[in-house]
Design a protein around this ligand. Structure first.
Ligand SMILES: [Zn+2]
Length: 162
């Protein structure tokens, strides 16, 4: 089995909903938030060309206050058939993305896993996502995401919020 095969569909499903009870609510909340955000955005703010993804991530990390000099490694190897836009394995420095689904919401979601993937889609992940959105998109979008998470019954870690 080569590396590409390892990223075929079944392996993308990194944790079951049982093991990661926040996952479904996080996906749903972010989908609603992003649809509402896109309504008010220019088209060039809602899509990133693949070559812009790592610079976008590095800028978000710096603006968000993360001082690591480590850079994410991004592979554009997620297939349409998978039904996923991206994936990240715990303890890996590599982020996997679909080459045509590089929107800020997907890119920042995977970057939030890259920063800290200890709790799946739990409170730390959610708070880091809010911080990244604040850094990369702006405070209004971050507040909107925070409200949306809460309306889905989620509780991002208060101590990590921007
Ligand atoms: Zn995720």
């Amino acid at each position: 089995m080569n590396d590409d095969d390892q990223w075929s569909d079944s392996n993308l499903n990194l944790a079951s909903d049982e093991a990661d009870p926040h996952r479904r609510a996080v996906y749903d909340a972010e989908e609603v938030w992003w649809m509402e955000t896109c309504d008010e955005s220019e088209e060039d703010e809602t899509h990133l060309e693949p070559e812009m993804v790592v610079p976008y991530m590095v800028a978000a990390l710096q603006a968000g206050g993360w001082t690591t000099s480590e850079r994410p490694v991004v592979l554009f190897d997620i297939s349409t058939a998978s039904g996923f836009s991206g994936a990240h394995r715990p303890t890996s420095s590599t982020i996997h993305l679909h080459p045509e689904l590089c929107s800020p919401d997907h890119v920042l979601h995977e970057l939030s896993h890259w920063i800290d993937d200890q709790d799946g889609h739990g409170p730390i992940h959610q708070a880091n996502m809010v911080t990244l959105v604040h850094a990369a998109i702006g405070s209004e979008a971050a507040q909107h995401l925070l409200r949306t998470y809460r309306s889905f019954g989620l509780h991002p870690d208060e101590g990590l919020l921007p």
